[in-house]
Design a protein around this ligand. Sequence first.
Ligand SMILES: Nc1ncnc2c1ncn2[C@@H]1O[C@H](COP(=O)(O)OP(=O)(O)OP(=O)(O)O)[C@@H](O)[C@H]1O
Ligand SMILES: [Mg+2]
Length: 350
Amino acid sequence: MNEAERLKQQIKEMSEYCNAQGIADALRIPVEAVQAILEGKDVEIEKTQNDDQPIIQLKTTTKTRFVRNNIVTAISPGGGKGNTTLLTSLAAAAAINVPNKRPVAILDLAEFPKVPTAYGIRYLEVLENPDILWPSISTWDDSMGYSIDTCAIPHPDLENLYIVPGVMVADNYHELDLNKILKVIELLQRQFEMLFIDLPKNFFLAEKLLPFMDTVLITVTPEYGSLEGVVQLLPTLNKVNKIEQSFIVFNRVGYPGFFDTQECQEMLKNMMKQMPERVGSLPETDSIIKYLNSGKMETVILKEPHSAFAKEVNHILNQLCPHWSIAKPSSGSSDGIASIFKKLLGKKEA
Ligand SMILES: Nc1ncnc2c1ncn2[C@@H]1O[C@H](COP(=O)(O)OP(=O)(O)OP(=O)(O)O)[C@@H](O)[C@H]1O
Ligand SMILES: [Mg+2]
């Protein structure tokens, strides 16, 4: 099946759970073209590439460019690989580096929300305080419209970063269905310059949400099972037509016993014909758990902006948003010459 046929097939599959406008927004193609495909009309598809975003144009209709804000998610072969760590770090870095301090949001669709936790917000303390209402999209009221002011938690230190929890407790997931989630995503992506989405563990639901993502980061730990898992993930990414927008991030590089980045690259190359490009390798660091457990609302991105971890997060963000001016790490890799010099001179990395 060529790319055009695959796109038509995808539109037909998406129409089972999404209306034409939603599909058009998700795929960035004119709604008239989606309707034409659903009505079985013959259309010709041309894929072009501009600097920032790939755009698909359908020749039956007037050529319209649908450019919308960037939605980034992370997926991993198996749990606990670092999706939440990666996305919360990227969202904080994005809020710091976004031009004109435009607003950035992170939507937490996990059954056990850990995005607020990653920013040091203690859920149980919030619950115990009757004056604070913990917002979540499971309780958003359709009839009142979805308002960000009442449903997002502003980050304590980054005024342009908003945290949008999906549920309060896992049981609230009964209140969330795909349609509601899609409505919320549509609203958020219109209001925010960039939207990060922490997907649910439920793979069936996650798979249905993937078509709406612009960039899919595959979080992989440098060990055999996780590398093999990338191969196990590829058919899903292929099915949702996201192979080209998927990129690998190695996480916890340097953990005792794990492979190094080069070994991982070579193993992956031997495992698959065409592997997604790698956009970063996050080092193992004690700092994440240190801040998480400190009880203070602190994170490695804010407290240790010059650490190897924070630099690599910026390096990844730079590739996601090449048109932003993000301070480049002093070296491409996380432990380059500059940090070796600092160690030789006895200076500690901040
Ligand atoms: N680079 C790192 N260095 C050290 N610890 C890390 C690193 N990345 C993640 N961790 C730790 O690994 C654990 C799992 O990370 P995280 O919660 O981000 O994974 P996840 O993929 O979101 O997990 P889940 O599948 O439960 O959603 C956390 O305790 C986190 O602090
Ligand atoms: Mg997680």
